[in-house]
Design a binder for this molecule. Structure first.
Ligand SMILES: Cc1ncc(COP(=O)(O)O)c(C=O)c1O
Length: 468
């Protein structure tokens, strides 16, 4: 079929909407193309059109309220109506609503935000480069690595190592670093993108293997892989402190302590993808602090603006920066950048978001309520269809199993995780299925009582879906 001919009206891809004409649902189905959305259930159940929010709750266009158990996409951590952030955005729009960061020009809030990020970085860092998203940030780091190696006279040092089940974004390059099968939909990964072991002990540990032995095996395999590929061909190693979109997978015990000496031995830069973990999610300000990671590059996004503005930020070490500048000399510039990156409104919002997280009790709240969150989460571990209840700080996942002893998932014809997410919606709870895991990452401002509300709703949901 020619690509420029629309589907016939009776095609399954041109569904007859069960929603009233002119309803938000019908209008959405008629107009929007959704990413990462199951098309069958989208056409059947319609989209969830949110009209507004307050605190940790959002409300749909029919007036139904939901506890946002995922902070949107991990990012709306200070709630959906924070007056300080709204005011910071409005004030900056009034003062100077837009500018760029090319040709050595820049707006003042971008400079102030770069300084602030360097000040709060988990390890000493040299410079900050802004993007509009986490994908753009990781993509940019790959280009930086390629350019540095070219400048160092080793243009063949281009391979990128990440891990199976990792998520680093959706651009051609960052999808190539994402260790998920669906990137095959695009004929990815690109050549030269390699995957090390996923350090998920519950899933990949062998019978009788201790967690320490599993970690040691991951480290040995990594070193063997580097040797087999040729260390001189690998430009860098990317890792999320906790694999978020992989299903909230904290590293196995001692994992980063075991792999960092190997990376150092081969002089391989370590890029910490803090897009989800950064700014408090793991119970420390950075995932790097929670797991003793000493990266050369940090990628941040999501919570940096509490989700109120698109932004990514790359923090590079002074040594990394120096090499990049040296490599750039041949071209008289670092030939890379995004029109709207370092946007003054986004930077003003980010400065305020960081202030709110650090100085208005938000980070303190994460530290205070996380143990209760983890305790309630782990309360589900005894359930006959929960194989693992895992998490750290204010993030967690319940891994569903058809057979607990065998750790085997439900068969594909039983999409239990999706059913749970749908029934949870009926209960007024937004949670997210990832594979066969139910993932939770509530806003940082959640109270102890609201954590109970979240898990009580989830319990009712599990009883309904898995009860018998
Ligand atoms: C660890 C990680 N890196 C990168 C990204 C990509 O960020 P974005 O969706 O802003 O492009 C995500 C998004 O969820 C992420 O979780």
């Amino acid at each position: 079929m020619p690509i420029n001919e629309p589907f016939a009206p009776n095609s399954p891809f041109a569904p007859n909407s069960p929603f009233a004409p002119n309803s938000w649902e019908a209008r959405d189905l008629g107009a929007m193309l959704h990413g990462f959305s199951h098309l069958g259930s989208l056409y059947e159940n319609g989209p969830l059109v949110i009209s507004h929010g307050d605190g940790i709750y959002v409300e749909d266009t029919h007036g139904k309220r939901y506890l946002e158990g995922n902070s949107g996409l991990w990012n709306m951590v200070v709630g959906f109506d924070h007056p300080g952030l709204i005011e910071a955005a409005c004030a900056q729009i009034r003062k100077f609503p837009a500018y760029h960061a090319f040709f050595g020009r820049v707006s003042a809030p971008a400079v102030a935000l770069a300084e602030k990020l360097l000040e709060i970085a988990p390890v000493p860092m040299g410079k900050v480069f802004f993007t509009n998203s986490g994908s753009e940030a990781n993509d940019t780091v790959v280009k930086m690595l390629w350019m540095i190696n070219r400048g160092l006279g080793r243009p063949d040092c281009r391979k990128i190592l990440s891990r199976r089940n990792a998520y680093h974004g959706v651009t051609g390059v960052t999808a190539s670093m994402t260790g998920k099968d669906y990137v095959g939909a695009f004929g990815l990964p690109l050549e030269g993108f390699l995957f090390a072991d996923c350090p998920h002990y519950w899933r990949f540990g062998r019978d009788g293997e201790s967690e320490a032995a599993f970690t040691a095996r991951c480290a040995r395999n990594l070193e063997a892989q580097i040797e087999a590929e040729g260390p001189e061909t690998i430009a860098g190693f990317f890792a999320e402190p906790v694999m978020g979109a992989g299903g909230v997978i904290p590293p196995s015990e001692g994992y980063f302590a075991a792999i960092q000496p190997i990376l150092r031995k081969y002089g391989m830069p370590l890029v910490a993808d803090e897009v989800i973990c950064g700014f408090g999610r793991t119970g420390q300000l950075w995932g790097c602090q929670t797991y003793g990671i000493e990266p050369d590059v940090i990628v941040a996004s999501k919570c940096v603006t509490a989700g109120y503005f698109p932004m990514g930020a790359i923090l590079v070490s002074a040594a990394f920066h120096d090499r990049l500048i040296a490599a750039a000399e041949e071209f008289e510039e670092f030939p890379h950048g995004f029109t709207t990156a370092g946007h003054p409104v986004g930077c003003a919002i980010a400065l305020k978001a960081i202030d709110i997280i650090l100085n208005e009790g938000v980070f303190e709240n994460v530290v205070a309520v996380s143990p209760h969150f983890q305790e309630r989460l782990r309360g589900f571990a005894a359930h006959p269809h929960i194989g693992e209840a895992r998490g750290v700080g204010l993030m967690g996942a319940l891994e569903l199993v058809g057979d607990k002893a065998k750790k085997s998932p439900f068969p594909p014809e039983q999409p239990v995780a999706e059913q749970i997410a749908n029934v949870a919606l009926e209960q007024g709870l937004i949670c997210r299925p990832i594979g066969q895991a139910i993932v939770l990452a509530p806003p940082f401002i959640i109270t102890r009582a609201q954590i109970d509300e979240l898990f009580d709703k989830l319990q009712k949901t599990l009883d309904r879906v898995l009860g018998d």
